[in-house]
Ligand binder design. Sequence first.
Ligand SMILES: C[S@@+](CC[C@H](N)C(=O)[O-])C[C@H]1O[C@@H](n2cnc3c(N)ncnc32)[C@H](O)[C@@H]1O
Ligand code: SF4
Length: 353
Amino acid sequence: MLLYIHIPFCDSKCFYCAFNSYVDLFHLKKEYMTSLKIQLKYELKKIPNQKLKSIFFGGGTPSCIDAIYYEDIFIELKEFISKDTEITTEANPNSASKQWLNDMKNLGVNRVSFGVQSFDDKKLKFLGRNHNHTQAIDAINNAKEVGFEHINCDIIYDTAIDTKELIQNDLNIIKTLPIDHISAYSLTIEEGTKFFDRANVQIENEEMTRYIFNSLSTDGFSQYEISNFSKNEKARSQHNFGYWEKEDYLGVGAGAVGCFEDTRYYPKKDVQEYIANPIEYEKEEKLSKEDTKFEKLFLGLRSAVGVSLDILSKSEIQKVELLEKEKKVYIKNNRFYNYDFLITDEIVLFIED
Ligand SMILES: C[S@@+](CC[C@H](N)C(=O)[O-])C[C@H]1O[C@@H](n2cnc3c(N)ncnc32)[C@H](O)[C@@H]1O
Ligand code: SF4
């Protein structure tokens, strides 16, 4: 069982970001954390006597909430945490002070994921980020100094101002940092963002994408999902892996999503409404067998999780065998795996009856 906890506050809104986060609701922070605790208690009742495989504080920006506000949350979580529970927090370089990182570590967080996006100040401005490259490098070094063994850095590519030189410079810096994980995302243009109304902000460049993937691999980060790279197996994100394996996850917070026993549920997105009633969901949807199969195919083929042949029909298995002959996929222990995560869509289209 996985647990996702959403923090819907940000110091500023990045031009590309459609996540449920607000820059003008800081006065609700305290009330929000109280409601979060109420929903958390309610959700944890669904899993008596279980230990969580992973907990992920995401956002928004978890680091714009003082560590003291997380104390009560960790009290609720105590009996659900084992020594193996991965506990990640996202953090922004401008707000994750050394003190905050240290306090979160003392509460039990054992992995930190920084939204860096780039180490180029021009690109950071272009993306609407409110930190510079020095702050990002300092934040990562601080996390290492306070004792985090597992540190991730998010970067974004496929922007209109990317050049080979800029990307190379980012990759050169990444090589020198004490991190064991990289999430590299292709920029997507989302409705409701500043970028949505602008032309020429995104350029897809498969050659550059492959160059990034290959360079990361040369630098010791092996790819285990289309956007995720780790220094070794221990550094892989258990939380992400759980999602791709279609494990159940509890979703806590405004705009979070949970999935429990084939039902996806959505706590209220509006922060005020959520605070008023944190245990009333906005909607619930029962997943059909077809939905689940489709997700297993996509998530499994975009990652090292692979897909069980048991979910396929006879004719679909024949198509997988054909793809194996063409060296597009390989079959091992009754599961099949993709060699090239970038061609997942084509493979799924080909296989599905
Ligand atoms: C949910 S955000 C929160 C992280 C944290 N608040 C931060 O920005 O530092 C997680 C990551 O998603 C990625 N992301 C968000 N919107 C994106 C978009 N439109 N295209 C590509 N990546 C995106 C960014 O790399 C970001 O760091
Ligand atoms: S990318 Fe992170 S900091 Fe920027 S608006 Fe989204 S959640 Fe907030």
